[in-house]
Design a protein around this ligand. Structure first.
Ligand SMILES: Nc1ncnc2c1ncn2[C@@H]1O[C@H](COP(=O)(O)OP(=O)(O)OP(=O)(O)O)[C@@H](O)[C@H]1O
Ligand SMILES: [Mg+2]
Length: 378
């Protein structure tokens, strides 16, 4: 039997009562083994099983009226940004809204009913983020499903997206050490997804989907395009080609075959963005420079050439050795052949070493072979 959303949550869509869904229940979270996949959802899972599982994720159900109040009627002064799903507004939850839910700022994402995304992306986000919790994944606090309206309520990330921090015209330059911390955090988030009991392919890894906390802790957001990884002997999952140009792996673009290595490619592109301060795809540049990977690839393995493509806004304030190692890692990640790209756990290990290298070079000068770099540390 095909389980539909309406059959699972029969009252969903009636604005007078959405209490059919997960109501204010705090039950320990499910283990990754029992994580419900999107495919389970559309085929064999029983309504009460799904409901139980999502209850375990501590999601709160909000009414549209409540979300209107906390965002001041989705006012322009609370507007945070807009993506493919729809507009995002800041809101503030007080401690009286729900028992057990502490007062906090939140970000409320409202589905644009005239946009390209819809119920499917909303549901994918609820199912994945409701069940997968990690310090480098943005926390989904709850959602709203009333009539055709679909909303998502997240923890508020004060520094917004990495895209804004890295590329916005008048933003303060991110120092090298912060860039490496962001790369490491994001790599940890991706490694967690890839190495879960039931692996997840994120598929939309990019600067605008990395959100930053006040201390620049990075978290992955936007799971609307995520997919369960291949199971058993399968090497890939086949999907409609979706994602973002400049970040999507070439073999995925041509075949629709999605693997964890496709995410690793996108991670490599992001690392290049952090190194060069250039966007993955920039149509305003001369044609040879529009695609970051194409432009940067041949400069990644030679220190002399690397210096020419590093972000001028860094003003040389980085360790050349660390930059060379990061560039070599990016080179591996954006390799043409997916099976030679590193796994995300190996990427995390390399970035951890880079972090140690940087701090070690400050404290234990004698361990560093190139003295000229020390003056360039942050
Ligand atoms: N939890 C959050 N806290 C603070 N700001 C947020 C949060 N979520 C989103 N934003 C802001 O809203 C903007 C739009 O986010 P959204 O994820 O909808 O779109 P996007 O990532 O820019 O584009 P795309 O639809 O291609 O993923 C972000 O760039 C960010 O500035
Ligand atoms: Mg996004």
């Amino acid at each position: 039997m095909k389980i539909t959303w309406q059959s699972l949550f029969p009252k969903c869509g009636k604005s007078e009562d959405v209490s059919c869904m997960i109501q204010n229940k705090i039950i320990p979270k499910q283990s990754s083994l029992s994580r419900i996949s999107i495919s389970d959802f559309s085929s064999s899972v029983l309504p009460e099983e799904l409901s139980d599982s999502l209850v375990g994720s501590n999601l709160y159900v909000f009414t549209l009226a409540e979300l209107k109040v906390i965002t001041h009627g989705f006012s322009s002064s609370n507007f945070l940004g807009q993506g493919g799903f729809g507009p995002v507004h800041k809101g503030f939850i007080d401690d009286k809204l729900r028992p057990g839910l502490q007062a906090q700022p939140v970000a409320v994402k409202l589905l644009d009913l005239n946009g390209m995304q819809g119920h499917k992306e909303w549901l994918t986000e609820v199912i994945f983020l409701g069940q997968l919790k990690h310090e480098h994944m943005v926390k989904l606090i709850g959602y709203c499903c009333e009539d055709e309206n679909r909303l998502l309520v997240y923890e508020y990330m004060p520094r917004g997206s990495l895209e804004n921090q890295l590329f916005r015209k008048y933003s303060v330059t991110l120092p090298w050490s912060t860039r490496m911390k962001i790369a490491l955090d994001a790599a940890k988030g991706l490694a967690f997804l890839h190495e879960a009991e039931k692996p997840v392919i994120y598929r939309d890894f990019k600067a605008s989907n990395i959100l930053l906390d006040s201390d620049y802790t990075a978290k992955l957001s936007d799971f609307g395009l995520a997919r369960d990884g291949p199971v058993g002997d399968a090497t890939h999952v086949t999907t409609r080609v979706m994602g973002t140009q400049g970040y999507a792996a070439p073999e995925y673009m041509t075949t629709g075959h999605l693997t964890r290595a496709s995410d690793v490619y996108s991670f490599g592109v992001l690392l290049l963005e952090l190194l060069t301060g250039r966007r993955a795809m920039d149509r305003s540049r001369p044609s040879r420079e529009q695609c970051l990977v194409v432009w940067a690839r041949s400069s990644l393995k030679e220190a002399r050439k690397l210096g020419r493509i590093m972000d001028p806004k860094l003003e040389g304030q980085y360790s050349e050795t660390a930059a060379a190692k990061a560039a070599a890692l990016a080179y591996q990640c954006v390799g043409q052949r997916p099976k030679f790209r590193p796994r995300m756990s190996a990427v995390v290990e390399t970035l951890e070493l880079l972090k140690d290298f940087d701090s070690t070079s400050d404290s234990f000068v004698y361990t560093v072979s190139i003295k000229s770099d020390e003056s360039k540390e942050d």
